[in-house]
Design a protein around this ligand. Sequence first.
Ligand code: F6P
Length: 746
Amino acid sequence: MQSFRFSLRFILPLALVVGLFAYAVMPVVNDMTVRWFVRDLEARSQMLASALQQPLLEYVADKNQKKIRQLFDRSVQEGGLYALGFCSPSGQLLYRSSTYPVVLGCRAGGAGSETQRSLVDLPDGRVHVTESQVRQGTEVLGQLILVHDMRYIERRTAETQHYLITLFALLAVVISLITVFIAHLSWRGWINAVKGILHLDERSSRSLSAPPEVQPLVGDLRALLHEMRVDRRGEGVSAINWTPEKLRSLLHDELSGDQILVVSNREPYIHTRTPEGIEVRRPASGLVTAVEPVMRACSGTWIAHGAGTADRETVDANDHVAVPPRKPSYTLRRVWLSKEEEQGYYYGFANEGLWPLCHIAHVRPVFRTSDWEQYVAVNQRFADAVIKEAHSEDPVVLVQDYHFALLPRMVREKLPRATIIMFWHIPWPNPESFGICPWREEILEGLLGNTLLGFHTPFHCKNFLETVDRYLEARIEHEASTISYGGELTEVEPYPISIAWPDEFPRSVPDCRADVRRELGLSDKHLLALGVDRLDYTKGIIERIQAVERVLELYPSLIGHFSLVQIAAPSRSSLDEYQNLESRVRALALRINKRFSNGSYEPIILKIEHYDSEDVNRYYRGADVCMVTSLHDGMNLVAKEFVAARDDERGVLILSQFTGAARELHEALIINPYHIEQGAEALHRALTMPEGEQRERMRSMRILVRDFNVYRWAGRMLIDAARLRRRERVTARIHSQSRKALRRVV
Ligand code: F6P
């Protein structure tokens, strides 16, 4: 039935078109046929008239009526004529064949020209009449009238018409049959190709040759399937309850305890000399927040820049120190950099070049050759450290962030069998924006030394694939999200980073509320919004403060009863942009505080200093609202930390739409931080949100952050790495077997 309907789809329009064509063509064909016949009659009449001329002259001169009659009747019988007549020049019918229709008489005006033709409708039907002058020298003796019957022509025309209609009908049937046959064949071909793509695995389906008409679909289908497979893989992965123990056992099962090396610029523990002695500090870094619990779970060695004033004093002869200090579970290997190296590589190329290049925050990147040279040298230095720390030829190396774009290729050159996984913690821009980097090809080539390259969101992955496509001669499989360059394969995948789900908090939420307000000299009922960031221009701190000013303008009843506490850890402070930002933030806070102050009341409570995680947690738990207003942010872990800290299921998160976190935490109040009124309205809504709504939103976000925690982030990457590692090992084994076989043949 379905196939009949499918066939009808072709047959009906075809039949309609052929029918219309026949309808339009038929009158033309009729007309042409009649004209052909008439032309034929005329020629025959001409010939007959000439043949009759001579005997007629003789018989007319003799006025031999009998002979003329016989001549006419014979000619009618033999010449296919209907009738013959002869008229005098005065128009009198003198002689005629027995068939001559008397009503026809003699034609008027016959004396004018030599031959005249006309169609005449008689009671019995239409006839064709040819009048031809009969002359003796110059003297006109009369008109010979030849009459042809047109009725048989009309019959012929009707027959032709009949044949034509039959022919068109036959044509329509044949064309329809052929079309339906071809359509069925193609249909089967398409269905088989689509089935092939759906049922074969990713690799085999790639070698399947699909008909050309299906080709445009194939890419989309494969991409869709890949997405579904990734999701399914993700579902399997998320069905696991991700804990440090789970990650450890996964490492054991999937990577059979292979050595793990982490490389990052920022070290997880900084030893600083103070008047009271050496202090250990955890830096304000999303990267450290995420990777440290993973390292605790899987041991290994973390290679990072030793930037603390007492770092050298705390390492052994191999520059190693066991961390965390209270309960060591992995090794921190410090790499030393000179002031010039740090200036060029970290402040210069990484933070004045790549950082603004990858973040759309309207700060222009600065690229200097001297910075680039230091960046190359420092990447090489860290790569050498990796190679030195590696106990085998195939360790698992986890490279962190934009400080080490070149390192993966450098390590790959020395340890070709290593599994190198890199996570890019910041956004990846579109190809046009990235294109302004003078060393764009080198950076891309460096990154394609990775086995696996991770970004926070699928959008950043897409940007990266498009950038490689634009600037390198590489083979890109968009559906599989792989790039083949120089004979090596890099898989590019999204891995949204997260945090470790916290254990019990030392103080209850009511205690934290009371503590925080007491510390700030505020009443118990004072409403508090909180901002926690590095002091960075990408974080939208200015816009956040402006939103606070606006909310006070719009809702003056809040004046005196509401403040924003902004904790801003100083960061990259030797750079002009960061110094400018600090001055602007301070000036803005001062102006707003002056504007709304009465007595000790400050709407903006600025804390430009480093807070450790315990203090930050106290603030998360003591605040009513947390404001994350980044202008652009790969993920933003403050948003997730706030949610994780609120085991009372209270508090409202205001979250910029330009963060990776906004793609996961849909129950936050999502805002465009550039729109100050929108920020202010969101703030007012957050401060007045009913408890029930707060609870509902917070509960849902907490489930997400708990399940999609940092162990899952690392676990997913390591599972993928293990898969790629197995594949590489099998490929290597196949190559070596085929080489052996070849040698035997030779
Ligand atoms: O966001 C990128 C990032 O490297 C984070 O991973 C980290 O939180 C932050 O920058 C730290 O910056 P820095 O190490 O320069 O202080």
